[in-house]
Design a protein around this ligand. Sequence first.
Ligand code: GMT
Length: 377
Amino acid sequence: MNIGIVCYPTFGGSGVVATELGKALAKQGHKVHFISYQQPARLDVFNENLFYHEVMISMYPLFDFPPYETALTSKLVDVVQFEKLDLLHVHYAIPHASAAILAKHILRQKGVNIPVITTLHGTDITLVGKDKTFEPVVTYSINESDIVTTVSESLKKDTYQYFDIQNSIEVVHNFIDFDRFNKMKKDHFRKAIAPLNEHIIAHTSNFRKVKRVEDVMHIFCKILETTPSKLLMIGDGPERAPAEQLCRELGTCDHVRFLGKQEAIEEILSVCDLFLLTSENESFGLAALEAMACEVPVISTNAGGIPEVNIDGVTGFLSEVGDVASMSANALKLLNDKALLKQFKSNALKQAKRFDIKNILPQYLALYEKALAMQQA
Ligand code: GMT
């Protein structure tokens, strides 16, 4: 197939899922064309089947805001025709789904039929999308898409709850590539971070409000009262500076490292004992899955789709959002019981295997086939 993928080029979340999906499709021999405003962060390999088309915006003094959606739509019209794409798979509703739907309508007038598959990722529904600034356009784009998928059952439920959706929605869970994510032997790294063999705890996110990174800091402070540990804060975003300030106020700075954005996250996760995910909302929690694939149990909230990934009492523990006391107690329960921690590490890997890309890729391919068959009917 000749597939167009529209996504954000960013380090985490939907951008990573879209890029890893495209790379896997290319490995299977499909031609994959990425369309974005920047080279996707994980598009870091050469493969003869991978292509990248950059959306450029010509600015004009009249524009207070760059008209990205218009530029993206025009680019889609151009790439679909020139590259003879079979379908468009757009990740994240705003503005990718609406741009794709407009491109589809323009192309129809030119005698070209292009199916649009829209994958909803989370904040495009639960946070930004349902705001009335965007809601009518999001609703329209979902209903006009040929196929709609969500990354969890929870997000499917939310989509039906917040929007007037007539279309059916398929759940295709996020996935992990075990060729990349697996526990590696990194003893030298472990020693450098935790010279006295302290436990190593990690948190990865884009440091936005929804992640409640302040809860991570408080949980770690509680752990440190009794259990020698180190905390690795990976990623960057608006809440990083307040988190660093809080670390000073709590007096934990000697044991916390803010690592910023990291490419080889699997190497860091390989030396960790526990992962903290304190989000207020999380449609899936890809960060938790990445940790679990590296045999790291997860202490998390029970928000959104997290319970579909992290199984309470098996691969980690779940608590109510904001219940720092419960999450601290759960973390300590695992850290202070060697046998239990070992068991949870192995359970985490077993559960992560359910989301092996080898199981998920065929689900997307089946939906592509369905979209193409609908087009011909
Ligand atoms: O986590 C974020 O804020 C980024 C966001 C995105 O759209 O890139 O992540 C969402 O999509 C990920 C990939 O499908 C999911 O694993 C995250 O749970 C989801 N984030 C939220 O729902 C907050």
